[in-house]
Design a protein around this ligand. Structure first.
Ligand SMILES: C[S@@+](CC[C@H](N)C(=O)[O-])C[C@H]1O[C@@H](n2cnc3c(N)ncnc32)[C@H](O)[C@@H]1O
Length: 212
């Protein structure tokens, strides 16, 4: 019988997820993330729910100074190994936080949350509001998330993925202090290891905190 996930902590769920997945690391950053960040001037970045570090390591290779956070110590250990192999150890600080409980200190030129979803309890809206508060003047908050299930999987109509507008509304940003840089649905091509192509709908929200 499937375990009742309502009783499982985020730490336990994600530790079990990452254990034994060392070889599953693609080494690649998220394509939508790269699309949005490539034109920004490197500065300080905070990557929330960094997993095994693909985005953080890519940022570091582009000259960013990165703080990367995850609830899973195992994911962070994998990520640190990959960062060492990529020669960017000095540019990344790995911090373990259950973002439901604690949040990294400081202000950052870029705060990103890529696919910060969890099948176990996680106060995503509250975490994203803290993410917005951590953006420095002139900086960017980037939220990339799923907008639905992969084309090849069973739909689960009981699960709601927030639209970019819902994510924006939940951020409750102060009027006149932010600009929406991108708010979009995107259909992403999925890798087809068995030769059968698939797609997944995603959404992208990028907002900039106005300088001054
Ligand atoms: C779907 S994965 C995405 C990982 C990575 N950002 C990527 O795009 O490949 C979600 C990540 O969020 C992390 N996470 C889930 N709940 C968390 C929490 N409460 N605090 C911190 N990280 C959390 C998980 O450990 C996992 O690495």
């Amino acid at each position: 019988m499937a375990e009742d996930l309502s009783t499982v902590s985020g730490e336990r769920y994600w530790e079990e997820f990452y254990r034994g997945r060392r070889d599953a690391w693609s080494g690649k950053p998220n394509s939508l993330f790269v699309e949005e960040v490539s034109d920004l001037t490197p500065g300080t970045a905070l990557d929330l729910g960094c997993g095994s570090g693909g985005d953080a390591i890519w940022l570091a290779s582009q000259g960013w100074q990165v703080t990367a956070v995850d609830v899973s110590a195992t994911a962070l250990a994998f990520a640190a190994d990959h960062a060492a192999a990529a020669g960017v150890t000095e540019a990344i600080e790995w911090e373990r936080h259950d973002l439901a409980v604690s949040f990294p200190s400081g202000r950052f030129d870029l705060v990103s949350a890529c696919y910060l979803h969890s099948p176990v309890e996680m106060p995503r809206e509250r975490i994203l509001r803290s993410a917005a508060a951590a953006v420095a003047p002139g900086g960017t908050l980037l939220v990339v998330g799923h907008a639905g299930f992969p084309s090849r999987s069973e739909p689960h109509p009981e699960i709601h993925f927030p639209t970019p507008q819902e994510v924006l509304d939940d951020l409750a940003l102060t009027a006149g202090r932010w600009e929406v840089k991108r708010s979009d649905f995107v259909t992403r091509q999925l890798p087809a290891p068995d030769g059968e192509p698939g797609t997944r709908p995603d959404n992208v929200l990028s907002v900039g905190r106005l300088a001054g």
